[in-house]
Design a protein around this ligand. Structure first.
Ligand SMILES: OC[C@H]1O[C@H](O[C@H]2O[C@H](CO)[C@@H](O)[C@H](O)[C@H]2O)[C@H](O)[C@@H](O)[C@@H]1O
Length: 485
C-alpha cells in the first residue's frame, strides 16, 4: 500500500511540538534536519514510533529525524507543503543550529567543519604512505630484507610514491589555510598563500627545528633581522595546523575589517597586500612560535594520558567515538591526529577510529546474517560494506541504532579492540582509510598487533549481536520479528 505522506508529516509535526515550534527545516541524504525553538517539546518515543522514522536525536543544535535515502525527500516536500515553511539548505540549518551551541561545542564544530573538506587529501597521503611502508619495511615479506633491498629496481617507484604521499603533509598549512579562511569568511586564495608562506623553501624546514634549536651538530636557528629592531625565527611549519588555524582566523578578520573601510575601487589594490603583510608578519613573528609551544604542551598532555592511563583512555575513546560520529563532530580528531603525527612521530588515536568503524560494520554484518527478510538483509549488507570502507553512518543509522543492541555490541567490540591496541602501543604515521584497509597505514612493526585488534573489532560485535538475536528468537519463538525489534 502506498504511504500516506500527509499523515506521516502531520504525525511528525504533532510530536515535534507543532508547526510553530519549527524555525527551519532542511534534509540531507537520510535525515530531516529541524531547527526547533524548544527541543523539550519533542515527544521522542511517539516520534520514533512513526512508520518511516528510524530514529531521532538532537546534535549540534539541530534536531535530526532519520528517515532514509529516497524517502526523506518525499517527507520533506510534504512538510513544506503542509507547513508553508520555506525551503532551507543544510548550510542554513547548520548556521542556525550553531547559534545554540556553547563555546566548546562551537569550537569543536569549527574544527570539524575545517578538517572535513581536506580529508580526501589526507587519506590519499595515508594510503600512499602505507604502500611505501610495505615496500620499504625489512622482514615484512622477506627475512631481514625489504622488497626495496631485494628488488632495487623499485627505488624510482618508491621515491615517486613517497613524494606523492608527502605532498599533503608538507603543504598541510596551505590545505588548512584554504579550508579555514573559507570557514572564517575570508578569501580562500589568501588563506592558501598564508599556508604556503609558512612552508616556504627559504625557511628552515620545520622538521629540522628541534635539531637546530638544540644546536645538535653545530646546527643553528636562522632569524629574520627586521631593521635591527625585531628578530624572528626563519623557520617553517611543515605538517603543523595550529599556526595556520590562528593565522587564517586573523587574516579573515583583517581582510573583513579592511573591506568595510576601503572604497570598492581601491579594494583590489589595498586589501589583499595589506592583509597578507600584516598577517604574514604576525604569523612568522608571533603566532608560529607561540602555537608551536602550545602544540608541544597539548601533545605532551595527550601523550601523557596515553602513557599513564592507557586503558582508561582507550575505554573512553573506544566507547565515545561512534556516538561522536552521530553528532557529526568527529572530524575534529583529524586535527589531533595530525598534531600527534608531527610532534609524537605517530598517532594512536586514528587506529582506534579505524577499529571503531570496523566494529560498527561487524554489528551490521551480524544483522545481515540473522535478518529474515530481503530488504533488511540488503540494507545490512550494504551498510556493513560501507563501514568496512570507512563510512559508518549507513550502518549506525540504518541498522545498529535502529535495533540498539547491535550498536551496544559494536561499542563493546570497539572498546575491547581499542584497549588491546593501546596496550600494545600501536601507532600510525598517517591517516588512512578507517576500515578494513587501515592496516596498511599503520607502522609496519605494529601491523601484527593491529591485525589482532581488527579481529577483535570484527569478532566481538559480530558474535554478541548474533548471540542477542538468537536469544530473542528463542524467547519469541518466531523468525525475524524478534531479531528486528
Ligand atoms: O578520521 C579519519 C577517517 O575519516 C572518515 O571517517 C570518519 O568520518 C566518516 C564520515 O562522517 C564516518 O562515517 C566515520 O565513522 C569516521 O571515522 C573516513 O571515512 C575514514 O576513512 C578516515 O579514516
Amino acid at each position: 500500500m502506498p504511504k500516506d505522506y500527509n499523515q506521516i508529516v502531520l504525525s511528525i509535526l504533532e510530536f515535534v511540538g507543532g508547526r510553530d515550534n519549527i524555525k527551519q527545516a532542511a534534509h540531507c541524504l537520510t535525515r530531516l534536519r529541524l531547527v526547533l525553538k524548544d527541543e523539550s517539546q519533542v515527544n521522542q518515543a511517539q516520534l520514533d514510533a512513526i512508520e518511516v522514522v528510524k530514529g531521532s536525536f538532537a546534535a549540534a543544535g539541530i534536531f535530526q529525524i532519520v528517515i532514509g535515502a529516497g524517502e526523506v525527500e518525499k517527507v520533506y516536500r510534504q512538510l513544506l507543503q503542509v507547513t508553508g515553511l520555506k525551503q532551507a539548505t543544510l548550510a542554513d540549518v547548520k548556521e542556525e543550529g550553531a547559534a545554540k551551541l556553547n563555546p566548546v561545542q562551537r569550537l569543536v564544530k569549527i574544527l570539524s567543519d575545517i578538517f572535513m573538506p581536506i580529508l580526501p587529501a589526507i587519506i590519499t597521503a595515508g594510503l600512499l604512505m602505507g604502500i611505501n611502508n610495505l615496500i620499504g619495511s625489512k622482514g615484512l615479506f622477506i627475512d631481514g630484507k625489504s622488497l626495496l633491498d631485494a628488488y632495487p629496481g623499485l627505488q624510482g617507484t618508491w621515491d615517486l610514491i613517497n613524494m606523492m604521499a608527502n605532498t599533503s603533509f608538507v603543504f598541510l598549512p596551505a590545505l588548512v589555510g584554504w579550508s579555514a579562511t573559507k570557514k572564517f569568511g575570508g578569501s580562500e586564495i589568501l588563506g592558501i598563500v598564508m599556508g604556503l608562506l609558512l612552508v616556504h623553501p627559504d625557511l628552515l624546514n620545520g622538521w629540522a627545528y628541534g635539531k637546530a634549536a638544540a644546536g645538535i651538530g653545530g646546527a643553528k636557528l636562522p632569524y629574520f633581522n627586521i631593521l635591527g629592531v625585531f628578530h624572528f625565527e626563519k623557520v617553517g611549519y611543515q605538517g603543523q595546523i595550529l599556526p595556520i588555524l590562528i593565522a587564517a582566523y586573523i587574516l579573515s578578520q583583517v581582510e573583513g575589517w579592511l573591506k568595510k573601510r576601503v572604497p570598492a575601487a581601491l579594494q583590489l589594490l589595498i586589501v589583499p597586500i595589506t592583509t597578507i603583510v600584516i598577517t604574514g608578519v604576525l604569523a612568522l613573528g608571533i603566532i608560529g612560535p607561540v602555537t608551536r609551544s602550545i602544540g608541544t604542551v597539548l601533545t605532551s598532555g595527550i601523550v601523557g594520558i596515553y602513557e599513564h592511563v592507557p586503558v582508561l583512555g582507550a575505554l573512553i575513546f573506544g566507547a565515545l567515538y561512534a556516538p561522536l560520529v552521530i553528532t557529526g563532530m568527529h572530524h575534529m580528531f583529524i586535527a589531533v591526529d595530525l598534531q600527534l603525527i608531527v610532534q609524537n612521530g605517530g598517532t594512536f588515536i586514528w587506529p582506534m577510529i579505524a577499529l571503531s568503524n570496523i566494529a560498527q560494520g561487524s554489528a551490521a554484518l551480524a544483522m545481515f546474517w540473522v535478518a529474515g527478510n530481503g530488504k533488511e538483509k540488503s540494507m545490512a549488507s550494504t551498510a556493513a560494506l560501507s563501514a568496512y570502507a570507512g563510512i559508518t553512518e549507513p550502518a549506525m543509522f540504518g541498522v545498529n541504532l535502529r535495533y540498539r543492541y547491535p550498536f551496544y555490541a559494536a561499542l563493546t567490540g570497539s572498546v575491547a579492540a581499542a584497549i588491546f591496541i593501546t596496550l600494545n602501543r600501536v601507532l600510525a604515521p598517517a591517516i588512512g582509510v578507517g576500515g578494513l584497509p587501515a592496516f596498511i597505514s599503520i607502522f609496519p612493526q605494529n601491523i601484527p598487533m593491529f591485525l589482532v585488534g581488527m579481529v577483535i573489532a570484527v569478532a566481538v560485535p559480530f558474535l554478541l549481536t548474533v548471540a542477542v538475536a538468537k536469544h530473542r528468537l528463542l524467547k519469541a519463538g518466531k523468525q525475524g520479528a524478534a531479531v528486528m525489534e
